[in-house]
Design a protein around this ligand. Structure first.
Ligand code: 6PG
Length: 242
């Protein structure tokens, strides 16, 4: 059965506030150990409200010197491309807060995918502490597609959930777009995994996943929720069928 760590808020904005509060409290914990918070963020549109919040009313509640930002996945495009996950995070958040450039670990979508996957896996090994032999993030923020994918682990590529590499290359099953993604083992090795899902387009898949019915076994998000003991942060629209 799925973990019942499902947090539901009336509006997407309130859901983002709850995640922002979580980031603040997790950083406070790390600051007491005089350690930076390592945070991996996803792309897509869902986190945009959160990025704007962190650059706005939460700007002064975060010590930007003590946070390291990584990516869960990236499209293989230049950082200036409108498809770039880094580009979105940079425009909404990073260029609006005093985070040192040295704390930003961009997946370089403009590089050859295989080479960048290898380079990024080395960055994770260098920058993160290890747990069970794998890099350990403090917090990973995931989204979920309306096809049940998460990160860039798509339904036709469940093998990435258990891939021995920490970073892999993959093609989007519909568009063929090349992507770089963290794999299931390193995602689940994080201290905390949060899946932020809002909007009614996600409600059908969420219903199947949380009720373990229909096509739930096809969905990478199902396995990540179970395997990582991930916490769900939803709005009413995404939760309307639960
Ligand atoms: C990406 C994301 C991806 C995203 C989901 C949800 O690069 O697209 O990392 O996993 O989280 O596709 O996307 P939306 O937030 O746009 O619905």
């Amino acid at each position: 059965m799925l973990p019942n760590k499902t947090n539901i808020y009336a509006e997407a904005e309130m859901t983002a506030v709850a995640v922002a509060e979580l980031i603040v409290s997790m950083q406070k914990e790390k600051l007491s150990e005089n350690e930076p918070l390592s945070l991996a963020v996803s792309g897509g549109s869902t986190p945009n409200i959160l990025f704007s919040l962190l650059a706005g009313e939460y700007k002064k509640r975060i010590d930007w010197e003590k946070i390291k930002i990584f990516w869960v996945d990236e499209r293989c495009v230049p950082p200036t491309d409108k498809e770039s996950n880094f580009g979105t995070t940079n425009n909404l958040l990073l260029k609006n807060v005093p985070i040192p450039q040295s704390n930003i670990f961009r997946m370089q979508g403009e590089q050859k995918p295989e080479e960048e996957a290898l380079r990024y896996s080395k960055i994770l090994a260098d920058e993160l502490t290890k747990k069970s032999g794998l890099p350990e993030f403090d917090l990973i923020l995931l989204g979920m597609g309306d096809d049940g994918h998460t990160a860039s682990i798509f339904p036709n590529n469940l093998a990435l959930l258990g891939d021995p590499q920490t970073v892999a290359t993959v093609s989007h099953p519909v568009t063929g777009q090349e992507r770089i993604t963290l794999t299931g083992n390193v995602i689940c090795n994080a201290k905390k995994v949060v899946m932020l899902v809002t909007g009614h387009t996600k409600s059908n898949v969420l219903e199947e996943i949380l009720h373990e019915e229909g096509d739930f076994e096809r969905y990478p998000a199902y396995y990540i929720l179970v395997k990582c003991d991930a916490e769900l942060y939803l709005d009413d629209e995404a939760a309307e069928r639960l």
